[in-house]
Design a protein around this ligand. Structure first.
Ligand code: GTP
Length: 268
């Protein structure tokens, strides 16, 4: 009934489409609650664009502009990024390097990515703070949970650098840990594919997309959404994981509003 509609919202997307959302009391009650605070987890490889190594400045700008769109929606955002574009601890160890040394080198790579992202966001007038799990006070703030929460409440994007600060942990686990500490509503795992499939969709054309899957199924089917420690942490703290493609412009904002294609990993 049109006369019962009291709120119409138009959301323009970069691809030219405009989505109109009309809500009334009933619809609003039925609609899923919008996210208030999200953790964005991205692999370092995303930031290298089409390069073989390092940072691609256009890609970093594009990712920053995607984050800006979500901030502009009034959603609090924190970010954990990996370092695979700079150094992978696991492959360093495979090449004969001491595992802990290789992991610390990876954590330093994360700091480089965090500073690049901070710079790109601040060039777009988005306020940010980088907090590192390993103290490097001349470069960024140390990780202090209560300060991070205060930054986010003020609308600043908090980028958590240096993983968990400990070797033998992945940045996925860092994302699940910080998301738990920050009481995030969701972990949004930005990948190169638009969700979780029964098999690698690039190798197997018959692979089926999951719209929703449980943490347990992800673990038992070994679906490589995130490592087992990260999945278990998210499960214990009941934080859904949304797997989506960060390669598409504007997709972060779309998925943050539960639109588009993605997979949700939850308890059910
Ligand atoms: P409020 O307490 O909400 O005002 O937060 P704030 O971050 O603006 O205040 P603060 O005075 O803590 O920080 C001012 C600036 O200094 C910010 O850009 C911080 O990121 C930066 N800053 C704070 N602590 C450190 C630190 O230990 N190391 C580095 N490198 N920068 C820091």
């Amino acid at each position: 009934m049109l006369e019962n509609i009291y709120n119409i919202q138009l959301t323009p997307y970069k691809d030219g489409t405009i989505v109109m959302t009309a809500t009334n009391n009933e619809a609003e009650n039925l609609a899923s609650k919008p996210y208030k605070r999200v953790m964005l987890k991205m692999s370092g490889e995303v930031l290298m664009g089409n390069k073989d190594f390092g940072l691609d400045s256009d890609t970093v700008k594009r990712v920053a502009s995607d984050i800006k769109e979500v901030v502009d929606l009034g959603i609090e955002v924190c970010v954990v990024v990996g370092a695979g574009n700079i150094f992978r601890g696991v492959s360093g160890a495979a090449d004969g390097m001491d595992r802990t040394t290789a992991d610390y080198m990876g954590m330093l790579g994360i700091v480089i990515n965090a500073l690049a992202l901070q710079n790109a966001l601040e060039n777009m007038a988005i306020k940010t703070r980088v907090q590192s799990a390993i103290r490097m006070d001349s470069i960024c703030e140390p990780y202090i949970r209560r300060k991070a929460i205060r930054h986010m409440a003020k609308g600043r994007v908090v980028i958590f650098a240096a993983g968990t600060g400990n070797p033998y942990f992945t940045t996925d686990t860092a994302a699940a840990l910080r998301a738990s500490e920050m009481n995030c509503d969701v972990i949004m795992k930005g990948t190169k594919v638009d969700g979780v499939y029964t098999a690698d969709p690039k190798k197997d054309p018959t692979a089926q997309h999951y719209d929703r899957i449980s943490y347990i199924d992800v673990l038992t089917k070994d679906l490589k959404v995130m490592d087992a420690t990260a999945i278990s942490l998210a499960r214990e703290n009941n934080i859904p994981i949304v797997v989506f493609s960060v390669l598409e412009n504007g997709n972060f904002a779309k998925v943050a509003q539960s639109k588009g294609k993605y997979t949700v990993v939850t308890n059910t």
